[in-house]
Design a protein around this ligand. Sequence first.
Ligand SMILES: NC(=O)c1ccc[n+]([C@@H]2O[C@H](COP(=O)([O-])OP(=O)(O)OC[C@H]3O[C@@H](n4cnc5c(N)ncnc54)[C@H](OP(=O)(O)O)[C@@H]3O)[C@@H](O)[C@H]2O)c1
Length: 306
Amino acid sequence: MRSGKHKDTVLITGANGLLGQKLCLSFSSSYKVVATDLHTQNLTSFSNSVYECLDLTDRRALVFHVRFYNPRVIINAAAYTDVDGCEIHRSKAWATNVGGVKNLVEVCQKHQIKLVHLSTDYIFDGEKGPYSEEDPPHPINFYGQTKLEGENVIKEGGIDFLIVRTNVLYGVGKKVKKNFLLWLLEKLSAGEKVKIVSDQFNNPTLADNLSACMLEMAQKGISGIFHIGGTDYLSRYDFALKVADKFEFDKSNILPTKTEFLNQKAKRPHRGGLSTRKAQRILRTKLLSVEEGLEQAKKSKEETKV
Ligand SMILES: NC(=O)c1ccc[n+]([C@@H]2O[C@H](COP(=O)([O-])OP(=O)(O)OC[C@H]3O[C@@H](n4cnc5c(N)ncnc54)[C@H](OP(=O)(O)O)[C@@H]3O)[C@@H](O)[C@H]2O)c1
């Protein structure tokens, strides 16, 4: 970051999404934030930030906003993230997760802007996770294919970039789509029984923790590919039990099942997740355990009454 009284500008896409909201909050402490998303409604409003409605697939609109705000960094938290939806709406998935990224790379090339991009453990096949940054990608669903192609477009674009791969994001935000935590809490509070897979393993990541790491990485000017996730590697079923424990719900309403019985459109990696050793070597920000992450999420839920 430059010194002096003028703060650098960061343009954040997908600002209304779970991670986007957290990024706007963390980055507005040190940067001027231009928050952008598909919709006219701005879900995050902080001092030091402005909001613009921007569809990443609209190249001309992107160029217009970049010329107008002159950001030093663009953080791409926008994506078509519905994993089963990506199997059905393939052209929308490709247009957003690949076409949108191509537009960003072009504009970053032209104006010497750094691109910080979010990717996923779904670029791996889930045969032998948790994965390191050196493991070869091999996606088994269309969402994973689009996210891998998005990474490739960036790597081949000749720009300064940081790709942060993460997995199973959870947290509390304003009007966000139901992430696993919010979905489960809704079911458990209604006293419903839920079947949760015991054969999918990841290291769930509190969105607030990821955004804090990304702020530190931006301030340190870190480039390359990094994996960021929570410190506990566990099955989705075990994660659900920990959620019930923390939020004091009846655990007997959580029943284990297997992926094959869910009949989901998209194939799911079984042993997914990300090894975070590389990130932990360089970050001062501590990656959180499930216990710590859920405690923080519980506090946010109580404060925001979401
Ligand atoms: N969630 C996870 O578990 C997870 C795991 C690994 C990696 N990631 C990655 O992390 C990033 C953030 O994820 P998230 O969970 O915060 O996603 P999210 O809540 O779905 O937010 C994404 C935001 O981007 C918006 N968007 C979609 N298409 C757009 C377009 N063409 N132009 C501009 N904005 C657009 C979405 O609007 P709509 O809601 O209207 O579509 C939404 O507000 C994504 O890159 C995702 O692939 C997420």
